[in-house]
Ligand binder design. Structure first.
Ligand SMILES: [Zn+2]
Ligand SMILES: [Zn+2]
Length: 436
């Protein structure tokens, strides 16, 4: 049976329309006494709706995310080519550590990894704060005065400050009660990266989710703070929307239907599933690469992170190429920056400044002219000099008119002001939902 909700709603009489809409709303967005309970973060909640139950049970079968073997091999081949051309360094995020010792690097990174939610602050900024006053990172001090600690790091007054206090305090508490410095975690966990990972991610309220933990571990190995030890190769790429986006567009990860909107995935089942499968897909790429070219592979999938996340995901696989139209003479041109308001054709030809308007922004890899952007992006050129287009362009086939710019899932918080737990309502009561 094919069901066309558009024609049912739009081409029926008003009585039918009323019934249909009431039905849709009840099914997706309301609950009732006896609907059942679900445990989230150690707390019990009623199911949000019948759809919530359905989606919990069936999201895996319906989305059916699969890893595409041939695509993984193509991506592995590209990584191989890049490795041969540019060397291992493109896979390393090399911080300026300001000559701090291994112990100091570890301490600074551990206490900031769970605070820098968007990864926008430089390691060297924090290292500089340490250098000017190491006592700021004293574990007992952080435990007793987390507020001052955050202030010294200029992390105060930012979003979610209660959370931040807890993160600092719980991490410090754990170290203090075990008589450990962050550097000692390695021997404490039997030189096993998986054990350290378990330790941190199970430290409730410390802010060490999978992604932050994996990035921290990657850094400790990469900066040579800790030796190779055990199970470093079990650490995955730090999965996030950027790496998921690249996985979907290259096709190493595929779903049976396009991802659903976060309006429907308010319980985050889709996001969690994709997140998990994404890490597996990148691991498969790494395995193929390692098997095919055993002499050159990086130590662990987590080390692909910098190239895939920061360079490809954030600089290349985004709407970074701008298309402008000249207001007075109708010239059109691509430009590397959207912050331009001048017709560069008029300027080039007659050195005259005429206004131009931004018409659209799109992926650089879709156009021959994408080169303008790629060759002028400093972050790309620093690591990959002379690169002219995204190295995955042929795999994504993005110049093909049938190319679909697949989008990563969006995650919605489960608890809090904008979470679904505050959006609940009863069937007969109506209303419910979110407001800002
Ligand atoms: Zn012009
Ligand atoms: Zn692309």
């Amino acid at each position: 049976m094919s069901f066309d909700i558009k024609s049912i709603l739009e081409h029926s009489d008003i009585q039918e329309q009323k019934r249909t809409l009431k039905n849709i709303n009840q099914y997706f967005y309301t609950n009732y006494k006896g609907i059942g309970k679900i445990k989230v973060f150690e707390q019990e909640f009623e199911y949000f709706s019948d759809f919530h139950k359905f989606w919990e049970k069936n999201h895996k079968k319906i989305l059916n995310p699969t890893i595409h073997e041939e695509k993984c091999e193509s991506v592995a081949d590209v990584l191989h080519d890049l490795f041969v051309k540019y060397g291992k360094n493109i896979f390393l995020e090399l911080y300026d550590t300001l000559d701090l010792t291994k112990e100091e690097i570890c301490k600074v990174r551990l206490f900031t990894a769970n605070q820098d939610f968007r990864g926008s602050r430089n390691f060297s900024e924090f290292a500089e704060i340490y250098r000017s006053d190491p006592s700021v990172f004293d574990i007992k001090f952080i435990l007793e005065e987390p507020q001052t600690f955050l202030a010294k790091l200029q992390l105060q007054g930012l979003s979610q400050s209660d959370k931040r206090l807890r993160y600092a305090q719980i991490t410090a508490e754990f170290l203090y009660s075990n008589g450990l410095e962050p550097f000692d975690l390695f021997s404490y966990a039997n030189e096993d990266y998986l054990e350290i990972r378990k330790l941190l991610t199970e430290l409730k309220g410390s802010g060490f989710g999978n992604k932050k933990t994996d990035m921290f571990l990657r850094d400790m190995r990469q900066l040579n703070v800790w030796p190779q030890g055990k199970n470093y190769d079990k650490i995955d790429v730090a999965s996030d929307v950027n790496t998921i986006r690249v996985a979907l567009r290259t096709g190493i990860l595929k779903t049976d239907i396009p991802l659903i909107s976060s309006f429907l995935d308010i319980f985050c089942y889709q996001y969690v599933l994709l997140d998990k499968m994404n890490a597996k897909a990148w691991r498969r790429v790494w395995e193929i690469w390692k098997d095919k070219y055993p002499t050159e592979t990086i130590e662990s999938p987590c080390q692909m992170d910098y190239l895939i996340y920061k360079i490809i995901g954030k600089e290349l696989c985004k709407e970074k190429l701008s298309f402008f139209k000249c207001d007075s003479e109708g010239h059109t041109f691509f430009w590397h920056s959207s912050r331009n308001s001048t017709c560069q054709v008029c300027y080039e030809e007659k050195r005259e400044r005429k206004r131009a308007s931004l018409i659209f922004k799109d992926l650089p890899c879709k156009y021959q002219e994408g080169e303008i952007y790629v060759s002028r992006n400093r972050r790309i050129q620093e690591k990959l000099p002379e690169l002219r287009e995204c190295p995955f362009t042929k795999i994504c086939n993005s110049k093909d008119p049938n190319f679909v710019k697949l989008q990563p899932p969006k995650s919605i918080s489960i608890l809090g002001r904008t979470g679904w737990t505050t959006a609940m309502t009863r069937k007969e009561e109506g209303g419910g939902g979110l407001m800002s």
